[in-house]
Design a binder for this molecule. Structure first.
Ligand code: 5AD
Ligand code: SF4
Length: 487
């Protein structure tokens, strides 16, 4: 690396919350990724090693796969050993404060690797870098971080790295624009049989607690033809399962121009007609949910009978303060319709406890609704104020002890139902796509069934990569032991 005497950081753009709130009404740009490699980067990168640590949701997992695709073009290989990496990237999540705290704790641990190898390039990208305050903290307290970029800057990785190598100073590029759609980014997928396929980016819902509309920008849907092209390529490459991913898949297509307009249920049907063996989708939002989705789910056997439908709260007044745009009645209607069309559906949800306006009465309504609906599983979160969101400015906050108490009650309620439903699952015959050796026991092979339940069976040759009938023998609540049935 050549030395930049002044060592002044190269700031292309820093995060800006005011800009991040802006929603444009102009048409989207669809751009092809530019894969040309700057000369200095080509020379530097050959045979070097990268390590990416990914925090957060499927959106980040997919972004990491794109970054791996770029590193692959550079002939770099992946390592999971921090001490022999030439680049370490943290792809970060901002959804709750504890994710951010974890990031900074882990970032502190990287200092020792930098002390040993001053040529090591440490970078931070993803949602946390879209936020002004965490970025300021990083700028002041982590001088060894040489590369900072945001969720809109992944396709610039070659140029950004080239600048770091040339200048040996920090390079920062965090756009806060509406974003565009970039097609044909290179990718190295994490799995061989199942794949995430982005159908849209960003979110325009502005739930009052949520940081995503700021960190991921305006809702942008990919064109149907591009999505189908990706699914067909996956089929050709032997993939058996796709998960269609968006912050809010039921709003898919609302932002497309008239000539490209497609609804989510139309997209789902077209994907089903590709004949890929399994289709899942996440995440759904009750507001834009078109009930035709249920008809399509029931009509095509390759759409899995599982739905993740975040509830967030069982109280109308809390839902209103959350700006969720539906009430409990609407949620219950959707669940009834879902169960009418797909009786054996597996229904999961997200719930937030301790939202600023939540009274004990509100909380009890959530508990009652959970008992009534009987979710198969629920992800429960304690409200975490996110700077810049409406809820972060609310002052009627419940004391921490009371929130913890409510959280435990909710968790107990949910876990009990999950456990009961787990026992009901024993002796059922399900279809499992086996994809790996069990993480806990190398004599077992693991996979997910149509209901997205984790199933382990005894090791058997030639199981991985196949979908097999399995009889459930034991429930361990969050996973099951089964036996492969001979066909
Ligand atoms: N605090 C707590 N939970 C949150 N979620 C999103 N934002 C927050 C927040 N500020 C939860 C919601 C969402 C899930 C992905 O994370 O339940 O559905
Ligand atoms: Fe956040 Fe609401 Fe958008 Fe989901 S729908 S990403 S919770 S703002």
């Amino acid at each position: 690396m050549s030395k930049n005497k002044k060592n002044k950081p190269i700031i292309i753009e820093e995060p800006n919350f005011n800009k991040a709130k802006f929603r444009s009404t102009s048409n989207l740009d669809f751009i092809d990724a530019d894969l040309s490699v700057p000369n200095n980067l080509k020379q530097w990168a050959n045979n070097k090693k990268y390590l990416i640590k990914t925090f957060g949701c499927q959106g980040n997992v997919r972004d990491t796969e794109y970054l791996k695709g770029y590193f692959n073009i550079l002939n770099m290989s992946e390592t999971d050993d921090f001490s022999n990496a030439d680049i370490i990237l943290f792809n970060t999540c901002a959804i709750r404060e504890n994710a951010e705290n974890k990031l900074f704790a882990e970032l502190g641990n990287l200092r020792k690797y930098y002390e040993k190898n001053k040529n090591l390039i440490i970078g931070v990208c993803g949602c946390v870098m879209q936020e002004e305050n965490p970025y300021s903290l990083l700028r002041q307290s982590f001088p060894f971080v040489k590369l900072v970029f945001g969720t809109f800057n992944i396709n610039h990785i070659f140029n950004l790295l080239s600048k770091v190598i040339e200048s040996n100073t920090r390079v920062v590029e965090v756009f806060s624009k509406q974003g565009e759609i970039i097609e044909n980014m290179p990718t190295v997928r994490n799995d061989k049989y199942k794949a995430f396929v982005n159908i849209m980016y960003g979110c325009d819902k502005f739930c009052s607690y949520c940081i995503v509309p700021f960190t991921r920008g305006q809702q942008r849907s990919r064109k149907l033809t591009d999505i189908l092209k990706e699914v067909n390529q996956l089929i050709e490459n032997g993939y058996k399962e796709v998960t269609l991913v968006g912050q809010n898949v039921n709003s898919y297509g609302l932002d497309l121009t008239q000539s490209d307009k497609t609804s989510f249920y139309e997209l789902l049907e077209k994907v089903a007609q590709t004949k890929i063996e399994r289709i899942r989708f996440t995440t759904s939002h009750p507001f834009d949910f078109n009930e035709k989705v249920f008809e399509i789910m029931a009509k095509y056997k390759n759409i899995m009978p599982a739905l993740h439908l975040p509830l967030q709260s069982g109280s109308d007044s809390v839902l209103k303060a959350m700006n969720r745009k539906y009430d409990v009645e609407r949620y219950k209607q959707l669940v009834a319709l879902l169960r009418k069309h797909i009786p054996d559906v597996c229904l999961t949800t997200d719930i937030i406890v301790g939202f600023p306006t939540e009274t004990l009465e509100d909380f009890n309504k959530t508990i009652e609704l959970c008992k009534e609906i009987r979710f198969d599983a629920a992800y429960t979160f304690i409200f975490s104020p996110r700077e810049g969101t409406v809820a972060a400015k609310m002052t009627n906050i419940t004391p921490k002890d009371e929130i913890s108490r409510r959280f435990l009650i909710l968790k107990d309620t949910i876990d009990k139902i999950t456990e009961e439903k787990g026992h009901e699952y024993v002796n059922k015959t399900v279809n499992v796509l086996f994809d790996s050796i069990s993480k806990k026991n190398e004599n077992m092979i693991s996979g997910y069934d149509e209901h997205n339940k984790l199933i382990h069976v005894k090791y058997q040759d030639n199981l991985i990569g196949t979908i097999r009938k399995v009889k459930i023998k034991e429930s361990h609540t969050f996973s099951f032991i089964g036996e492969v049935l001979d066909e």
